[in-house]
Structures are given as C-alpha cells and as structure tokens.
Design a protein around this ligand. Structure first.
Ligand code: FES
Length: 97
C-alpha cells in the first residue's frame, strides 16, 4: 500500500503510478487546482505525513512553486510529484480533506 490519503472521513489507499494529484482524483478525492495540473497555481499543494523519501525529487517547476508559496519541508505540489519508490509507504493529506 504505497500511498495513503489521510482524510477526516476515512483513509484511502491509492495507487502508485501517476502524480499524487492524479492518484487522488482517480480515488474520488478532490484536489484544489486553478491550472488543471499544469504546475502553475500551487493550489494542489499537499502535506506529506510520512514517506517523503519514496517520492520523486522536485523538478525545477515544482521547486519554483514551493518557493513561491513558502512551502514547508513536508509539502509537495500534487500535480508535479510522483511515487518514485513503489515499495515505500507514503501518507499524504490536505487542509480540506
Ligand atoms: S494543479 Fe496547479 S500547480 Fe498543481
């Protein structure tokens, strides 16, 4: 179970192939966005509760967005970040789930 979304209602196990945003949406979890996942708005920002090492390294676009919004070290841009190590467990959440 590589990716788990922690929500107020119930936790959901997600897949491991695709961006965090795409995996959440495929599981029926809404993800805030004003750019449809093109890496321009940062509204899809997510908090990584555990498993940061199993995620892809942030590319230039994601690093720019994280800097722009003053993200903490436990935050990633959902439409830019992927599972890099499918054997690792990752837990994510947002402020609105
Ligand atoms: S949806 Fe806009 S940056 Fe991710």
């Amino acid at each position: 179970m590589p990716l788990v979304a922690r929500t107020r209602g119930r936790d959901r196990a997600l897949g491991s192939r695709g961006t965090l945003m795409a995996l959440c949406q495929a599981a029926g979890l809404p993800v805030a966005s004003a750019c449809s996942g093109r890496g321009a708005c940062a509204r899809c920002i997510m908090t990584v509760l555990s498993g940061m090492a199993a995620l892809s390294h942030p590319g230039a676009r994601e690093r720019r967005l994280l800097t722009r919004v003053g993200a903490g070290p436990d935050q990633r841009i959902g439409c830019q970040c992927r599972i890099a190590d499918p054997s690792g467990d990752v837990e994510i959440t947002t402020g609105y789930w």
